[in-house]
Design a protein around this ligand. Sequence first.
Ligand SMILES: *Cc1c(COP(=O)(O)O)cnc(C)c1O
Length: 463
Amino acid sequence: MPSFMEPFRIKAVEPIPFPTPGERREALEAAGYNLFRVPARLITIDLLTDSGTSAMSAAQWSALVSGDESYAGARSFERFERVVTELTGFGEVLPVHQGRAAERILLHGLLRPGRLCVANTHFDSTRASVLATGAEAVDLPVPVPAGTVLPFGGNIDLTALEHLLSGPDGGRVACVVLTVTNNANGGQPVSLENAAQTRRLCRRHGVPLLLDASRFAENAYLVGTRSPAHAGATPRELARAMFDLADGCWASLKKDGVANIGGLIALRDPELARRCADQLIETEGFPTYGGLAGRDLDALAQGLLEVTDPAYLRYRAESAGWFAERLERAGLPVVRPAGCHAVYVDAGRLLGHIPPHELPATAFAIELYLAGAVRVTELGTLVFGRPDPAGGPDLPAPSELVRFALPRRVYTSNHLEYAAEVAGEVAAKVSAIRGYRITEQTGALRQFAATLAPLGGTESGHS
Ligand SMILES: *Cc1c(COP(=O)(O)O)cnc(C)c1O
């Protein structure tokens, strides 16, 4: 049994659906074998995402009732602003409805065609916002030599950053972004030392340093546990040390806001904040509510106080580590070390007999659903592959991963045990699993709407 336990007891419950094997097969067929198109009422354990799926605390639910719905200058905004400023030290605070709205507004204020935005790794919505301004997105993740495990695999490559900033393209760099934790890179943390060195380089070259702070608390906790130099500090102190190194941040509060909707921009520069507020009024709403209800701001203010609780963060990190171990014991190749928000499985290694263009990660995710109505996300060729311009098979993604995301405070270790058992059943019969082909796709984000068909025989082969 786990050496930790959930640091909360349960006060309101929601029944879990248990669709029969026949209902699962039918649902999948009706969804064109795309798990995004399967209704949630037919999912037993939903590990699709940790975004907006948190369970709120009793204190958050009661904060909703005191929400002030005044159009301008609501008390709810004052509470939200105070909590954010005390946490981050940034004096200028703008609420937005979710992370990508913050990205669009802030990055449009900083970038223009021909400029560069440099990051440890841009999250996909960040990249989309950068490209929409006509600027270029440059990823400089720290290199991880094959077979090694880095404690801070989310770091930016300082040598490459220095090279870029002092080279011929240095003058084109408009900002440097550290995504904490590094979501597109396995949810690995960024160290305080790496952030401090990044700040030094940014200062020397007169470039602002920003944080995509969507998982700032999980990053702070991992800094405290993975770096002996910071072992004595609280997550809140470590989070503040990271914010102190930056000129500003944005965040999707659907993650470490521990609420179901929300985002923020927080800055030191009042002039940049004023320009962002002008944009906010045009597209999100008045700057004291930013597309949210007053009550949402109260729930977020409370969530931002709860998320740095050491007992909560320990449970969060240890349940991810425990789940990773369970999956490994069930025979799955797990990507190590586990972070906090998700556990990744290497479906390419598990399903070596399926080539990337036949979507091994998708095939694995579909089998998890068929075996036990567990829903996960594929991060392989369906998401990151590209159609071959010459008309051949899809160009493969760099890896074929499946992500088991962990909603905050929603599932107990018994629920995760069930998911690991289902994964073990699938792992035990991998050689019988066949690939898929895409029957219909549109747009750059084809994974959301694409329909698929099983290869090599009828769908009964998948029962
Ligand atoms: C989720 C996320 C975003 C986008 O936020 P939304 O609230 O989904 O719009 C941006 N950056 C990171 C690192 C994220 O995880």
